[in-house]
Design a protein around this ligand. Sequence first.
Ligand code: GFB
Length: 314
Amino acid sequence: MPSPIFVAGHRGMVGAAVCRRLSLEPGVQVLTRPRSELDLCDEGAVARFFEQEKPATVIFASAKVGGIHANKTFPVEFLTDNLRQELATIHASYRNGVKRFLFLGSTCIYPRLAKQPIREDELLSSALEPTNEAYALAKIAGLKLCQYFRQQYGVLYHSAMPTNLYGPGDNYHPDHSHVLPGLIRRFHEAKLAGSPSVTIWGTGRPLREFLHVDDLADAIIHLCKLENPPDWVNVGTSVDVSILQLAKQVAEAVGYQGEIHTDPSKPDGTPRKLTDTSLIRSTGWAPKISLHEGLQRTYQDFLAESQAGTMRSI
Ligand code: GFB
């Protein structure tokens, strides 16, 4: 991995995990910029940053992200913010001689009714899930742009598509977060308040696969070391649970003993998105953190972050 390595989005959950993982790599120089100093949507500022700093590798972990409610409510921002960041960063990378670029997306790029488990070649085979279509379109554009640069100009720009992520530094906003952090917070607060029941959104029947962000960071570094990585590759555990099962596991990790109710008036989103991870496994990578272990760790991280006043809720 040629250094310096620019980690875009280093204060987000994924970028921070990538920086922690890179600190274990000998001799690697990591470049970061907070948003207050470099707005990745600002094409001119991004171009100047690349001209001055000349990173050799870019790990693109910056994105406007959110759970099902945020995605559904703010499609304009999810499409435009993500497209602008991607276009500015990928173009500046090419113009400034970046030879390796790792773009991060999400498995919501695959069709709503993709064949399960989802292989990489399901991309663009049918319609997207409407609740996250805007985000998925932006991520498909980024993935394809990297593929086209590689094909047309011979640079090693490639992508990783992780399943639903969780871990330290997650966003715990009650409405805008993803399901796992959302439920950790709701069950924790219900435990403190002695509430007899907790209501989860939707029917509880959708199936989701969860990957601890430290496993993703490890996969990213692994992919960045491959001589001939796939254009895009799924990163996950290939194990899924229903949202109701997840809620029960979160309640157990948090120590909440009340009842769990569902609210079918809230959207379920895609019924299932289980990844086929045989491609990344064939390159010698596998996840290490089970959902059970990851939940215990993440609840401890949540408690530490709330105590330190660093818990994100945006
Ligand atoms: O994690 P989540 O927001 O996003 O929701 P997606 C997953 C499932 O959990 C849905 C249910 O069926 C929700 O209805 N759910 C139950 C809840 N209770 C809650 C809750 O308190 N909060 C939340 N957020 N959900 C996202 C996409 O889809 O996945 C993004 O919108 C991204 O674009 C991300 O790809 C990984 O898994 O449905």
